[in-house]
Design a protein around this ligand. Structure first.
Ligand code: SF4
Ligand code: SF4
Length: 357
């Protein structure tokens, strides 16, 4: 975690200002060393990614727009040779989360100290199940090694399972296992991208596959279990508001949120193309964004996205639910307990690290 005066100032001056795009997910590369079933990124490699210099120019634009939080993902962003330079710059100005499939983080401890969170994807406590999902033998061992190495070296690591039919009944156990060890948990939700878009940034899932959750009541029960666990357990990073909205959606079909793509959040791909979310066509390049942000075209797109109900991606729902001043205040209150808990966990792992070195 890195605390700089520029970062603190940016968070304080932008977090409670409405109509600013607070969250950005930057898919910096399509390079990936895993073969996850249901993901097409590794099948479609492209060489035309932005250079570190161009990314830094893009980050300056994001600062000027009022972005406060950036998630670096891909592909696997840690496979970029220039990730050190990119992460160093990003973490100076933004709350920064980096994703890793678990294969690389343990080799990059020093640079990852700058990240506010390193999210390691881990889908099961059973090595066979995890390796099967990732399509690589030994993936579970690598992920556990990354989690342990980062944690014992005082780096803020979080575990991020993708909830699917293959692990839905294991999610409470995974949550308990890691939070008991001082490691927070955030979730992704496997869902088939129902929009049929030829040029979407990436697509996930097939119409009917083994990952699709067959019975929605299982998801309702999981939301109930996590809501209950949240009452007496720290480290579950998904908010109560998000869990309640999901529960309502899976039990009655009612979406209590309007999608805030291109309002609260947007995504950028490896070429620097900007989309409201990864299911829609790119609409401009990051370098055109300052001219486009308040354009009529963007205003119309926001209206289209606000009516869209095509996905149940947890991050997008979370960002849609937490955007206004009151929602951000509620988010701050919701996460205060976790923040204190995280500080204690960090001090403990720092102490352990200092005693070893
Ligand atoms: S889901 Fe992530 S880790 Fe898995 S193949 Fe796709 S990009 Fe790689
Ligand atoms: S609901 Fe929002 S995030 Fe999901 S596909 Fe539609 S516009 Fe994209």
């Amino acid at each position: 975690m890195r605390v700089t005066s520029q970062k603190a100032l940016s968070v304080l001056s932008n977090a409670f200002v409405f109509k600013k795009p607070h969250h950005v997910q930057w898919l910096m590369t399509r390079k990936c060393n895993y073969r996850c079933k249901g993901c097409n990124v590794w099948l479609d490699q492209q060489e035309n990614e932005l250079s570190a210099k161009e990314i830094i120019r893009g980050l300056d634009i994001l600062r000027s727009l009022g972005v406060i939080e950036i998630v670096l993902s891909g592909g696997n962003p840690l496979l970029r040779e220039d990730i050190d330079e990119i992460l160093d710059y990003t973490s100076r100005f933004f709350i920064t989360t980096v994703y890793d499939n678990g294969s690389t983080a343990y080799k990059k401890v020093d640079i990852l100290r700058n990240a506010d969170f390193v999210a390691i994807s881990l889908d099961s406590l059973d090595p066979k199940v995890h390796d099967y999902i990732k399509g690589v033998k030994g993936a579970w061992r690598q992920a556990m090694k990354s989690i342990e190495t980062l944690h014992t070296n005082g780096v803020n690591v979080a575990v991020s399972p993708t909830i699917s039919q293959l692990n839905i009944h294991e999610i409470p156990k995974i949550t308990a296992y890691f939070t008991e060890r001082g490691i927070p948990v955030w979730y992704c939700l496997y869902s088939y991208d129902s929009r049929d878009i030829e040029h979407s940034l990436f697509s996930i899932g097939r119409k009917k596959d083994e990952f699709q959750i067959k019975d929605k009541t299982d998801l309702v029960k999981l939301c109930d279990t996590l809501l209950e666990m949240r009452k007496h357990r720290k480290g579950i990073l998904i908010t109560t508001r998000t869990l309640k909205a999901l529960r309502e959606y899976f039990s009655s079909g009612k979406r209590s949120w309007k999608c805030a793509a291109l309002r609260n959040f947007f995504v950028i791909d490896h070429r620097g193309k900007v989309s409201g979310c990864h299911l829609f066509d790119p609409i401009c390049s990051i370098f055109e964004l300052p001219q486009k942000w308040n354009s009529e075209k963007f205003k119309e797109l926001r209206k289209t996205y606000a009516k869209c109900a095509s996905c149940t991606y947890l991050c997008y729902i979370f960002y849609s639910l937490h955007g206004s001043i009151t929602e951000n205040l509620e988010l701050t209150k919701d996460q205060l307990g976790n923040a204190n808990w995280l500080l204690i966990q960090r001090k403990l792992s720092q102490k352990l690290y200092n005693s070893k070195s």
